[in-house]
Design a protein around this ligand. Structure first.
Ligand code: SF4
Ligand code: SF4
Length: 488
């Protein structure tokens, strides 16, 4: 029924989540983190930021601490992420739940979850499928689009093959035109995404599109997406976002306890898998335990960090100037260079540039992109009178370069620079991604002119042929960065 009491829905949802956690705790022998039953998303840090493991010479370990690894190891769990997702999706299909493929962070997973569906991200990062795609698509196209389409041509993505429906949006031109080819043989709904970021009429149009999606899901899957079901789905996604934010927050420490690549591994192609959420909680608990045991505390404002469940956008979540941990000391030329990475998504399988950045002596402390913090910083008010309107607002705020003007991205970068204390900015642009490539001019101006940070743009694709050249450019950037550090 529409119009149920928001509080009753949320109470029910959080009650369910609480007992799921207790059951998980009993299974794993670990109690869930303390969280309020009223607010299942409340995973605020219980400790201040502290230093974690580092080897000699200040280098962050390239692998998580071996002690504590075992059958319940979250890193091992997410190392099998694709297999886990496949198992989950197959089981869901057997139970009669539809699998819905999504291709962009503008898709509100909450609506799919509220329809009983399994939202699975289909964005691909494999170079191997690109030749098949190039039989249909131009070669000078974004590799993410080509790789995704190549899986379709080869019929080799099991998630795409089992998808009952695809949901896509009119974002960049390359994606839009690729969707037309995909829709020739796959059931697909394309949402019209308006692109004037701060225009009230555009937001209303987007809200209408989400209502259209809601009706289409209801009709196709024979369900009613009541406000109550939507609120439950919103609460579940808020919880997932809060856990992932908390993990990212560890990267504010100096040195950070993980590499950027390790943090990037802690994610899933399918949202809302209960076992994933348990693993996020275990990872947080282990990291907090380790920083509690071994390391010296870093001065940090006790309330700095995520404020889960709130409606504030990212800047207020990210704390103020005094939330900043110290940078590597002047003269500590061995400490990894703290890198803020921005630009295009780094999808599963396409992490080559992150590996180069970190092998060259850096650590990616913050990713602004769609596979990093951008989509998880803002929550949705599950208790709002009109949850769908609030959902539309959250997704419309996503600062993708397809928006004009995209000032929110610049605000986000400012806030991330304050919170994560990068020493330089590296922007990744997939070849032929015009919107990010053009917007890189504004990002460079912001980084160098306003934030005072050295900036490097890397334009590449999924082929490793330019890896040596990229590594040389990154090393040159680090030389500049370390020289500045040493002169402080
Ligand atoms: S970068 Fe833009 S188009 Fe790509 S996934 Fe993110 S929101 Fe979608
Ligand atoms: S990286 Fe750029 S070109 Fe590629 S899909 Fe995203 S917005 Fe489109």
């Amino acid at each position: 029924m529409r119009g149920e009491s928001p509080r009753a829905c949320l109470w029910l949802a959080s009650y369910k989540a609480f007992f799921q956690n207790v059951a998980a705790g009993l299974r794993t022998g670990r109690l869930p983190l303390e969280r309020s039953v009223e607010n299942p998303a409340d995973t605020r840090p219980k400790t201040g930021g502290r230093r974690l493991d580092k080897s000699c010479c200040g280098q962050v370990q390239s692998q998580p601490c071996a002690k504590g690894r075992g059958p319940g190891d979250p890193f091992a769990w997410f190392g099998r992420m694709i297999a886990n997702c496949l198992e989950y999706a197959q089981a869901a299909k057997r139970e009669g739940r539809p699998v819905v493929g999504i291709l962009c962070e503008y898709t509100p997973r909450e609506l799919i979850l509220a329809a009983g569906g399994v939202p699975v991200c289909l964005c691909a990062g494999s170079a191997a499928t690109i030749p098949a795609a190039e039989e249909y698509l131009p070669s000078n196209l974004c590799p993410l689009i080509k790789s995704t389409f190549g899986y379709h041509v080869k019929r080799s993505n099991p998630f795409l093959e089992m998808a009952d429906l695809l949901v896509a949006e009119t974002t960049c031109d390359g994606k839009k035109k690729m969707y037309e080819l995909l829709a020739e043989s796959r059931p697909m709904i394309v949402l019209e995404l308006p692109q004037k970021a701060d225009d009230e009429e555009s937001l209303k149009a987007w809200e209408r599109e989400l209502r259209r999606l809601q009706a289409a899901l209801e009709e196709r899957f024979g369900v009613r997406i009541t406000d109550c079901r939507l609120r439950e789905a919103i609460a579940a996604m808020n919880r997932e976002r809060a856990l992932r934010r908390r993990l990212a927050e560890f990267m504010r420490l100096e040195p950070p306890p993980l590499t950027g690549r390790q943090l990037l591994e802690l994610k899933s192609s399918i949202s809302g898998i209960p076992a994933d959420l348990e693993q996020y909680e275990q990872a947080i608990a282990r990291l907090e335990e380790r920083i509690g045991q071994d390391q010296k505390p870093v001065a940090r404002r006790p309330d700095a960090g995520a404020t889960p469940g709130g409606q504030d956008g990212c800047p207020s979540r990210l704390g103020g100037q005094d939330a900043r941990p110290p940078l590597p000391a002047g003269g500590d030329s061995c400490a990894p260079v703290r890198v803020l990475m921005t630009g295009v998504p780094v999808v599963h399988g396409a992490e080559r540039v992150v590996d180069i950045i970190e092998s060259a002596g850096g650590v990616v402390v913050c990713m602004e992109n769609c596979t990093g913090l951008k989509p998880i910083l803002e929550d949705v008010d599950a208790a709002a009178a009109d949850p769908l309107r609030t959902l539309a607002e959250k997704y419309y705020h996503l600062p993708c370069s397809v928006m004009t003007r995209n000032d929110r991205r610049m605000d986000l970068l400012r806030a991330l620079a304050r919170a994560y204390r990068p020493e330089c900015v590296i922007e990744l642009v997939w070849q032929a991604c015009l919107t990010y490539d053009i917007e890189s001019h504004a990002v460079k101006r912001l980084a160098e002119g306003e934030l005072g940070l050295p900036y490097l743009k890397i334009v590449t694709d999924y082929s490793p042929s330019d890896s040596a050249r990229i590594a040389m450019r990154v090393e040159a950037l680090y030389e500049t960065t370390r020289a500045r550090r040493n002169s402080r």
